[in-house]
Ligand binder design. Structure first.
Ligand SMILES: Nc1ncnc2c1ncn2[C@@H]1O[C@H](COP(=O)(O)O)[C@@H](OP(=O)(O)O)[C@H]1O
Ligand SMILES: [Mg+2]
Ligand SMILES: [Mg+2]
Ligand SMILES: [Mg+2]
Length: 408
């Protein structure tokens, strides 16, 4: 039936009013969603009530907070280094523990507590020594209390300045979770590569989020890595050759969403770019990244593996999880950490963030047997020995060589 002019007018009016109702609903929904995400960043209680839901979705907020917290703590470590405040105390594992370690741990735990109050934290340091050394504690507080990001809004999202030295000491000890196979657990290494830090080489501020035993988010600040992915690094010491303004990189990754990097010094304002491992069509052309410390990985065995694979290029030696970051951005291809002592258990904070960053950049990370690193066993990787990280396509070949050298 052909509509009359009055019925076509009412038909048009109905279509128009439906269109207006739909547009109003869409507009209201988008305003509500934006408000929700801003609220969750500004008010922790709102964040915690919605974090379960956000966690299932995409870990956007966790990545955002982890990146900012790592950036702020990295600023502290640089300040400590440049002021040459390298106070150290000895620990069971004989690694030097610096003012930077304790300060960075306090700042990052504060940010996690403010934004995700119900989460657990496995962190490397504990404040026992500081209660016995008042001068060291006061020195850390002097440096920590003034650290802030340039951008005031980001700084308030992290919780602003700590209230007192006493609060700082208490917060350092909130990284004492036993870890395990269930719940949300952050793994924190406030300065990884303490020896690299002290010698002015590579070190890293590392934070990973493990959910039900699986790493979901990682953020690593490497203040001494060159921003330029292709810049030269001294192969034997890991020291960068460019001037310091060209250094400092923040890496991050979320499971299933890829790995990114951005300059470390510019807070949340810099744009992140996607990173990936470089393809290795001929394994003989691959470059190894290894530790500097002979006590941490068996350099003779590493060399034997390189020999079996036909690799002749010298390994690039770097302290810390900067090794994971380097191969993730194609500045090197294979990270080997072959055990020196049979009974040493790797710590989860030495690997959680690096593991997800490499895997999200196209790599495979395993122990010397080819098994995935298992972050569900507590504070250590009790079920694994050593680490082998390589592009997925050649990982099997590297494991075969490792097994042959170690007679596994
Ligand atoms: N015998 C050992 N075998 C393997 N790793 C060890 C070790 N003794 C200490 N480590 C760990 O090695 C880390 C540094 O690794 P790398 O050699 O790759 O730079 C140290 O982290 P910290 O510097 O945070 O203490 C420490 O946890
Ligand atoms: Mg240590
Ligand atoms: Mg470490
Ligand atoms: Mg450390």
């Amino acid at each position: 039936m052909i509509p009359t002019s009055s019925s076509s007018r009412s038909y048009l009016a109905r279509v128009l009013s439906r269109f207006l109702i739909c547009s109003t609903l869409i507009l209201a929904l988008s305003v509500a969603l934006k408000t929700r995400s801003r609220l969750s960043l500004l008010f922790p209680s709102f964040a915690s009530s919605s974090s379960q839901h956000t966690a299932i979705m995409s870990y956007t907020q966790e990545r955002y907070i982890a990146e900012l917290a790592v950036q702020r703590a990295s600023l502290l470590t640089q300040k400590v280094f440049f002021e040459k405040a390298k106070g150290t105390v000895s620990k069971d594992d004989k690694s030097p523990v610096t003012i930077g370690d304790f300060g960075a741990q306090a700042l990052i735990i504060q940010a996690i507590r403010k934004n995700f109050p119900n989460d657990e934290i496995v962190a490397e340091e504990e404040s026992r020594e500081l209660y016995e050394d008042k001068a060291l504690s006061a020195e850390i507080w002097r440096l920590v209390k003034d650290i802030k990001l340039d951008d005031a809004e980001s700084d308030s999202i992290l919780g602003g300045p700590l209230a007192s030295e006493e609060e700082m000491l208490k917060i350092i000890d909130q990284g004492n979770s036993a870890g395990g196979a269930s719940g949300r657990i952050w793994a924190l290494d406030p300065i990884d590569g303490t020896k690299g830090f002290l010698r002015g080489g590579q070190y890293a501020v590392c934070l990973g989020l493990i959910v039900d035993g699986d790493v979901k988010v990682g953020a690593i600040g490497t203040p001494n890595l060159p921003v330029d992915d292709a810049a030269t690094i001294d192969a034997s010491t890991g020291a960068q050759q460019a001037d310091s303004s060209a250094n400092g990189v923040l890496f991050s990754a979320v499971l299933g969403e890829g790995a990114t990097s951005r300059p470390l010094g510019s807070g949340a304002l810099a744009t992140s770019k996607s990173i990936s491992m470089r393809p290795v069509p001929d394994i003989a052309q691959a470059v190894f990244c290894e530790g500097v410390e002979a006590a941490h990985s068996a350099q003779g065995d590493n060399a034997a593996v390189a020999g079996l694979l036909g690799i002749t290029a010298p390994s690039v030696r770097l302290d810390s999880q900067a090794k994971y970051c380097s191969i993730a951005r194609g500045a090197g291809d294979i990270y080997l950490r072959l055990p020196v002592k049979k009974d040493y258990q790797e710590k989860i904070w030495d690997h959680a963030a690096g593991d997800i960053i490499v895997r999200e950049a196209g790599g495979q990370v395993s122990d010397i047997y080819g098994n995935r690193l298992d972050f569900s066993k507590g504070r250590t990787l009790a079920a694994n020995k050593g680490v082998v990280a390589a592009p997925k396509a050649v990982h099997g070949q590297v494991i075969d060589a490792v097994k042959s050298v170690l007679k596994l």
